[in-house]
Design a protein around this ligand. Sequence first.
Ligand SMILES: Cc1cc2nc3c(=O)[nH]c(=O)nc-3n(C[C@H](O)[C@H](O)[C@H](O)COP(=O)(O)OP(=O)(O)OC[C@H]3O[C@@H](n4cnc5c(N)ncnc54)[C@H](O)[C@@H]3O)c2cc1C
Length: 311
Amino acid sequence: MPKALEYNSTIVDRIDLTRELSIFKVRPDEPMTGPELIPGQYVTLGMNNVTHPELGSVRRPMSIVSAPQEKDSLEFYIRWVKFPESSNPLTHLLWPAKVGDRMFMRAKPVGKFTIHHTVGDDDPRQIICVAAGTGLAPFISMVRKDFLQNPSSDLSRWVILHGASYPEDLGYREELMTLQQRGLHYFPSISRPQQAPDWQGDVGRVEDFFLSDRLAKLEQQLGYAPGGLTAQRALIYICGLQGTIGETIKRSACRGFIPENRKIRRALGASEDLAPSLFFEQYDNTPVIDTQDEALMATLRQQLQNALVSA
Ligand SMILES: Cc1cc2nc3c(=O)[nH]c(=O)nc-3n(C[C@H](O)[C@H](O)[C@H](O)COP(=O)(O)OP(=O)(O)OC[C@H]3O[C@@H](n4cnc5c(N)ncnc54)[C@H](O)[C@@H]3O)c2cc1C
């Protein structure tokens, strides 16, 4: 049985958006030391199973929602997983927790899904954030950082595409709508509109923004000329589960977006000297693309080559 975790943090706030989707704020006992959080990073949260001690403890990585300027606690946007893979799922231990409860947090932010680690802080391109469900978390941190640094700054560099099943699952909607006044481009989309008859906005999964007709509309909304939304002018960052990541990679190859992932870029025939322009953080373990699917890879290789030649 794994050793019990020594709790070192307290839940200081909890907001339930739905029965399965919550925002948690967790304060470490010791103020965080070490390098400052870079938006896009994550920490490890953990709990002991006190109802079934024989199952021991569990730790899971969680993206940080809060910005580096928010030093008192770290914020998380977490989904209760209905069909977990493990016998001791963290989200099932976390869900009964309330404000004041203790838990484990390794308060040392890690991870390279950041602008800093991928293209560098000086890259001028527009940033298209593709967020499925709680995959919105790292992007809130990124945009909040810019806003808190200068509340009158122009946020038009940021494009947030957020997909969820229902309107009530669109966390942080009010915050993002407020930031639209600062130029933020925010496009929420819901995939089950049949059950939300009042919804007037975009429908479909978030990766559907990259279907050819939708992409044409999106680039028009962002002020690009037809066909102008390419890797010369924009970068794509995707966060969430395999389906969203895989489909976005497939649908954006025709615009010259080269994934950073070495295996995928090799399968796409992208030479090592070409800089990547598409980055992802994956919350599950299924391969994002079947690189053994020769027919698929041949099509994508051709699309990418055509885009690179015409760039
Ligand atoms: C770098 C990183 C950052 C992460 N950040 C977040 C975050 O900010 N918020 C968050 O809710 N989860 C996040 N996750 C997922 C998280 O680590 C756990 O996998 C998740 O909470 C389920 O853990 P569990 O122990 O309850 O279930 P497990 O028994 O471990 O079940 C895992 C399965 O749950 C499903 N799953 C995992 N995450 C999600 C999700 N977010 N929505 C729907 N289904 C999911 C997948 O099918 C996965 O295979 C992150 C994962 C990684 C690798």
